[in-house]
Write a protein that binds this ligand. Structure first.
Ligand code: TYD
Ligand code: MG
Length: 493
């Protein structure tokens, strides 16, 4: 039946009178003819044929959702708040921020944001907000959202999970594997037609609506193929409007390719309140959730997960990505406490040097900034007298975590030197500090939090910039101050 309905929808699409336009895949700019390069954003080969939709010219919000919310019993969150301009102090704060929906997955809640109102320490999804979860195919978006949906349902929050890629029984099968199938507040629907999804939403009246994925959703009255930019934009704006109007939180899943391309998530970022990106190497088990845009919280926080045989497992604060101190010493490996938002993660940084050719030596990094790698190699050549010009140098952060914190400079520098001179650092020692072009070691921010975390995970010595680094109270850890690269390298065994 669903198939028949789709065929009918397509037929209606074909008989409508159309005008062809070209829409840029990356910025959404509209052109009258095809061009090799988008004149608005300068991207090459990004214009895609789209058909002009006359019905969009009418008030787009008067469509599906508008019609429903007029008669729905669901109360709009801010009824009649938009009629006149008022001074800021007369406007009541939205209740939405106070009643955040906690998913129970702490690593995700923290990324979604924490409300700051007094007596409202909850973190999680803001009711009536639209969240886009982007990531490469196969990274685990469906798994994460299904786990979050099941966890919400377990605490009595009604969730409608719409899968446009899998059948309802496939989703159930996955839920069983994730250890959650008994929740009576978790509703599943397998559909791609927006009108039917809105209709089911009206029937179920969930507090959270998950659309997995938005790329497959279409409106039958929009004359464009499912997955095209026209469809994507219309359907997404309709769903965002649904969120605002009804107070239902809408979570959209969007696929992105390696370079962030493919039909739209870039285009959708403007529409939604929060953009969460789900990253990681598919063949590594670690996954990082980070907010790219967040109207209701900071974008500094990250959430750490591990993909296991039965779903994603949180890596709570108490565990680092690096092996805990005490394992045997390794040449070319130095641990650094890296800050991401309020959270400190211990990351093991590794380097390897091998024979290369003068003038054509390779310098490759994975998870680390390649410009900083080049800079640190130059510093080692100039200020430590190491001869690296004809060495191939490889550097990586263990576990596939992307490290952008400049405080990891010292660890990387020591890892390269350790690999080159074949001397290992004591495994219970870690290093924190920025390295300047003059070979000087500079202190990093939030030293106390880093040192405390290292001490808690069993490290006994920490190498930092010489100066006023306080030994945190109660932490049993020796602080070793170094002034420059030479002094730092003396610490290698
Ligand atoms: P999936 O969530 O379907 O990815 P996405 O929705 O982002 O495309 O699943 C990603 C991968 O995770 C899949 O290839 C298999 C793996 N996986 C596990 O390792 N364990 C599990 O329990 C599940 C459900 C998936
Ligand atoms: Mg999926």
């Amino acid at each position: 039946m669903a198939y028949l309905q789709t065929a009918v929808d397509r037929y209606i699409v074909r008989v409508a009178k159309l005008k062809t336009l070209f829409v840029c895949r990356s910025c959404g700019g509209v052109q009258n003819r095809w061009l090799g390069k988008c004149p608005d954003c300068g991207t090459w080969d990004s214009l895609e044929e789209a058909t002009h939709d006359p019905s969009a010219e009418k008030d787009p919000q008067a469509a599906l959702v508008g019609a429903w919310t007029e008669l729905a019993e669901a109360k709009p969150l801010e009824a009649a708040s938009s009629e006149a301009a008022r001074p800021i102090n007369e406007i009541a704060e939205s209740e939405a921020d106070i009643g955040r929906l906690t998913t129970g997955i702490q690593e995700l809640d923290r990324v979604l944001g924490r409300s700051r109102g007094p007596g409202a320490p909850g973190a999680g999804i803001v009711p009536g907000s639209a969240v886009l979860v982007g990531g490469e195919p196969g990274i685990g978006k469906s798994t994460l959202l299904l786990q979050a949906a099941a966890s919400l349902a377990r605490t009595g929050t009604r969730v409608l999970y719409v899968s446009s890629e899998e059948s309802a029984s496939q989703v159930r099968q996955r839920a069983v594997r994730l250890g959650s199938q008994g929740e009576k507040d978790l509703f599943l629907l397998s559909d791609t037609n927006l009108a039917r999804i809105v209709e089911q939403t009206r029937r179920v009246l969930p507090r959270v609506l998950v659309i997995d994925s938005i790329q497959m959703i279409y409106r039958s009255d929009v004359p464009a193929a499912p997955g095209s930019i026209t469809q994507l934009r219309r359907c997404a704006s309709e769903l965002v409007y649904l969120a605002k109007k009804s107070g239902i939180a809408v979570l959209l899943v969007g696929h992105v390719t390696k370079d962030g391309q493919l039909a739209g998530p870039r285009l959708l970022e403007h529409l939604v309140d929060t953009v969460i990106s789900f990253e990681g190497e598919r063949y590594h088990q670690h996954r990082v959730v980070r907010a790219v845009k967040n109207r209701f919280g900071t974008t500094l926080e990250i959430g750490l997960f591990e993909m296991t045989g039965d779903g994603l497992r949180e890596i709570p604060d108490s565990v680092g990505v690096a092996p805990v101190a005490g394992s045997e010493s390794r040449i070319g490996s130095v641990v650094c406490p890296v800050m991401t938002g309020s959270r400190c993660v211990l990351v093991e940084i590794q380097a390897l040097t091998a024979t290369g050719f003068l003038g054509a030596a390779k310098r490759k990094s994975s998870g680390l900034d390649s410009n900083r790698l080049a800079m640190l190699i130059a510093v080692l050549e100039q200020h430590a007298g190491l001869r690296l010009a004809d060495r191939d140098i490889f550097a990586s952060s263990v576990g596939g975590l992307k490290v952008v914190d400049p405080a990891s400079d010292l660890a990387l520098l020591m890892a390269i030197a350790s690999a080159q001179v074949r001397k290992a650092l004591d495994p219970r020692t870690c290093a924190i500090g920025e390295v300047g072009l003059g070979g000087e070691i500079r202190p990093a921010q939030q030293m106390e939090a880093r040192v405390l975390e290292a001490a808690r995970l069993g490290f006994q010595r920490v190498i930092v910039a010489k100066g006023k680094t306080p030994a945190p109270k109660g932490a049993k850890i020796e602080i070793v101050g170094v002034k420059n690269v030479d002094q730092a390298l003396e610490q290698l065994g």
